[in-house]
Design a protein. Structure first.
Length: 230
């Protein structure tokens, strides 16, 4: 119900690119990177694209209007690289990339440093609550798929993809490192879902409330996703 309500009342300027995607295909240029259906490859290309260099001094959602005012054509080049072919499979791909952005990213070189991040290792993960919203919206799309006609599915997926690449640039293009997940060796006897739930209950309530409950929301999503896959 929450997903349906938000879909009905909340949208920003990004919707116009999805409603008229064919119109904005005119922005494609011959210099566009080789088309690929891999979202990770697209983000890696964006990370090294010098046309995005020096746009922002700090990460944040307020960078979105600046991004489209100054680099609309570049963003739309990447927007046109990905095409919805099979809705269910494409949704899973968007899920995967949103999980990687949340759990397997390290700060970009231009990301504001602190004493903690300056001394961290190259494998130190970088939790970005703004990128968490991509995971939550992907989950909302999964719910909406069951309540909206098939004709609306492609539009929702294209909107999610546009949000993914736009948020990625706005958050200073953090590097996705698959080895952060691949090389992770949990102690299964103790670090199971019971351990995770206990950690959620023991979290500093004051700090979590100040962060808008983002940690708990992220964990809650993973629990729901695990339930749906069973």
């Amino acid at each position: 119900m929450v997903a349906l309500a938000v879909a009905c009342i909340d949208r920003d300027f990004l919707y116009k690119y999805v409603d008229a995607k064919q119109k904005y295909k005119a922005f494609s240029r011959s210099t566009t990177p080789t088309p690929t259906k891999s979202l990770l490859d697209i983000l890696n290309s964006m990370r090294t694209d010098t046309r995005f260099d020096g746009l922002f001094e700090s990460p944040g959602y307020w960078n979105l209007p600046i991004l489209f005012a100054s680099r609309e054509e570049v963003i739309l080049e990447y927007f046109n690289l990905w095409t919805v072919t099979r809705a269910e499979s494409n949704l899973e791909e968007l899920f995967d990339i949103s999980i990687l952005l949340l759990a397997a990213t390290t700060p970009a070189p231009s990301y504001p440093s602190s004493e903690k991040t300056a001394t961290s290792t190259s494998h130190n993960t970088h939790f970005d609550f703004f990128l968490l919203h991509l995971l939550l919206s992907a989950h909302a799309i999964r719910i909406l798929f069951k309540n909206l006609p098939y004709t609306a599915h492609n539009t929702m997926l294209e909107a999610q993809f546009l949000a993914t690449i736009s948020y990625y640039v706005s958050e200073l293009r953090p590097q996705v490192k698959l080895d952060v997940i691949i090389d992770h060796k949990p102690v299964m006897e103790t670090q199971d879902w019971t351990f995770i739930r206990k950690h959620c209950l023991e979290v500093d309530v004051t700090t979590e409330c100040a962060n808008g409950g983002n940690y708990i929301r992220g964990i809650s999503f993973f629990v729901r996703l695990l339930t749906l896959q069973r």
